[in-house]
Design a protein around this ligand. Structure first.
Ligand code: GDP
Length: 447
């Protein structure tokens, strides 16, 4: 074994026993297409954690959090910002858009939430999402005309492409102004070739970039630090860590419904890499599953419902995008996709959200398989096969009463318990949380 590895393992095992603390880290991830209610679960569970980290994605989706401080739509900020004792980190894996972060900070601070460099830290290794990334999304949308490709126009795909081409600015470079301008100037020269040459649009100038730096980047500078070192020390001290994902398994770049995925890895396995503590493995992975399915934007969605039934479910669940306001596509719970999502995330337990939304249904549809080429399959198919897959639907008894005030498992109507037990059996993972309302306390804990 290499000496360096040995040393680190020693430190790591030291941490396991410091002050009798158990090693404690947990990832909260989406099992399906996103919007499963991860934000409400992070908001609830941050009480037990010292540090909350966003490790991938950018401001292209949103978490809605409702607590005693109000209702918030978070896009980039970790959902731990509402707990004064929690340190929130934007890891190296996120797409750090200074403009949207500054706007979000202002919005949240205006509602009375205290955010300082003590409780928000930005990794110096996070790449900056530049103004031209959003512009490129816009130009590509125009080029594609009515061929939709599902972008939220937040510059996420151009951003990650540039990151992999090693053509981004790291947040830490803002702290070294002497070299910053020449690096931006080099990137600008290259990017303008594409913006003007390929798309025939106006070029960016250094004056524009200096204006952008002054307007947005100055505000975020105090939050930037070596979060990798901070986390290493935190781990040694036995502090507990919660990894907060954006979107869900089926939007993962490598394992999702490519090309209708996002451009980053939404899976728990990526959490340590994108967070700045690559040696850490989450002890537990809480997969968040909604009691029915929703999907925003383009791409195959086998269990999709249409017509008045879909409209009723969309209204009951208030299924409109937190960032875009777009009506979400809706459908019954999809066991095939959910089982696959659980496997991809290696989820150790499940938080089932929005069970209360189904209370109006006399009988509850569930997609239990896909019909593909005349055969029924329960395995999630290769992405391009999804277009020809048809859902196999079975129906379960509804419970027809309001369950939003229930806090104990045994008080749930039998039909609701049967529904939950059926799901956990099908996906081979225990449902340890059942959420029956958006408020922090509207939860049934089954542990
Ligand atoms: P996220 O991105 O995964 O956090 O999900 P979103 O925030 O986009 O969507 C979840 C929405 O459902 C938010 O508006 C939540 O306030 C709401 N919500 C979460 N859990 C429940 C629940 O159990 N019941 C109801 N009725 N609403 C919920």
């Amino acid at each position: 074994m290499l000496p360096g590895n040995g040393k680190f393992l020693f430190l790591f095992s030291d941490f396991c026993t410091i002050g009798g603390f158990a090693l404690k880290s947990c990832a909260i991830v989406g099992i399906n297409w996103g919007d499963e209610g991860k934000g409400r679960m992070v908001d609830l569970l941050t009480e037990d954690y010292d540090i909350v980290i966003r490790f991938q994605g950018g401001g292209n989706a949103g978490h809605t959090v409702i607590n005693d401080q109000g209702k918030f739509a978070l896009h980039l900020l970790p959902s731990g910002v509402f707990r004064p004792s929690v340190v929130n980190i934007l890891g190296n894996g996120v797409a750090l858009d200074p403009e949207s972060l500054v706007n979000e900070l202002e919005d949240v601070k205006n509602k009375g939430v205290k955010i300082t460099p003590d409780n928000l830290k930005i990794s110096d290794r996070a790449s900056l999402l530049m103004p031209w990334h959003k512009k490129l999304d816009e130009l590509e949308k125009i080029r594609l005309a009515d061929k939709k490709y599902g972008s939220t126009k937040q510059g996420i795909a151009p951003f990650y492409s540039d990151k992999y081409q090693k053509k981004t600015i790291l947040a830490g470079e803002l702290l070294h102004p002497d070299r910053l301008l020449s690096h931006i100037s080099d990137l600008l020269e290259w990017k303008n070739l594409i913006i003007t040459g390929v798309y025939g649009a106006e070029p960016y100038t250094m004056e524009m970039m200096e204006e952008w730096l002054g307007r947005y980047c100055e505000t975020i500078k105090p939050y930037i630090c070596d979060t990798g070192r901070y986390l290493k020390d935190a781990v040694k001290q036995g502090r507990s860590i919660l990894f907060e994902a954006q979107l869900g398994s089926l939007r993962d770049l490598d394992y999702g419904i490519y090309p209708y995925t996002t451009s980053s890895n939404t899976t728990a396995a990526y959490a340590p890499i994108g967070s700045g503590c690559p040696a850490l493995r989450p002890d537990s992975v809480i997969g968040v599953v909604k009691a029915y399915s929703t999907c925003v934007g383009e791409g195959p969605f086998v269990c999709e419902m249409f017509g008045p039934d879909a409209e009723k479910l969309r209204e009951a669940g208030h299924e409109y995008g937190a960032k875009t306001g777009r009506p979400r596509r809706v459908g019954p719970l999809d066991i095939v996709a959910t089982r696959y999502g659980v496997e991809v995330q290696a989820a150790t337990e499940i938080a089932l959200t929005k069970l209360d939304v189904l209370s109006y249904m006399d009988s509850i549809p569930v997609c239990t398989g896909y019909r593909l080429d005349g055969e029924i399959t329960v395995d999630f198919p290769f992405p391009s096969e999804l277009d020809s897959a048809e859902p196999v639907i079975e129906y379960f008894d509804g419970w027809n009463c309001d369950i939003s005030g229930i806090r104990r498992w045994e008080d749930l109507p039998e039909a609701a318990r049967r529904y939950v037990e059926y799901i956990e059996k099908q996906i081979s993972c225990p449902v340890t949380y059942v959420s029956v309302g958006p408020e922090r306390e509207s939860i049934i804990i089954r542990k």
